[in-house]
Design a protein around this ligand. Structure first.
Ligand code: HEC
Length: 140
């Protein structure tokens, strides 16, 4: 083995161990951190046993829910249309939705005039993954 290869090996090993430690964190959110992020949603969304609809629908069991179907909440027509077209929330699409609800609905419905009743956008990718993981813990 040449001396330059010997010097490179530790660097390569380090690169691989860094990759191994970073990738899972990006793929799966941290639910505990997501509970903190959820404070940003709480002005509109309640969770837990006695949760009631507010400006937004209750988010218990939202992962696995057909979009726009929580009882007693008046959704926008386009959210109801998305549910009727087959939109079911999962940990991935919920992250896309909270990135930009209007853009999400427009893309999903292929309708450039679709409107979203939720105007809030969560800008940090890490926050989105974490809050999605938190929501998953509220779903049976
Ligand atoms: C300013 C109020 C407001 C905030 C803040 C807000 N939302 Fe919403 N959210 C709404 C409204 C209103 C709707 C209903 C949208 C519609 O009918 O088009 C909604 C809908 C949703 C839905 C779809 C629920 C269903 O039953 O189909 C999800 C998921 C959601 N919000 C997640 C979040 C998360 C996560 C956060 C925080 C990161 C958040 N929202 C912050 C108002 C809000």
């Amino acid at each position: 083995m040449s001396s330059s290869t010997t010097k490179l090996l530790p660097a390569i090993a380090l690169a691989f161990s860094l990759l191994a430690s970073i990738s899972p964190a990006q793929a799966e959110g941290d639910a505990a951190a997501g509970e903190n992020v959820f404070r940003k949603c709480q002005s509109c969304h309640k969770v837990g046993e006695d949760a009631k609809n507010g400006a937004g629908p209750v988010l218990n069991d939202v992962i696995g829910r057909v979009a726009g179907t929580y009882g007693g909440f008046r959704y926008g027509d386009d959210m109801v249309a998305a549910g009727a077209a087959g939109l079911v929330w999962d940990e991935e699409n919920v992250q896309e939705y909270i990135t930009d609800p209007r853009a999400f609905l427009r893309a999903y419905l292929d309708n450039p005039r679709a409107r979203a009743k939720m105007s809030f956008k969560l800008r940090k990718e890490e926050d989105r993954a974490n809050v999605a993981a938190y929501l998953a813990t509220l779903s049976s």
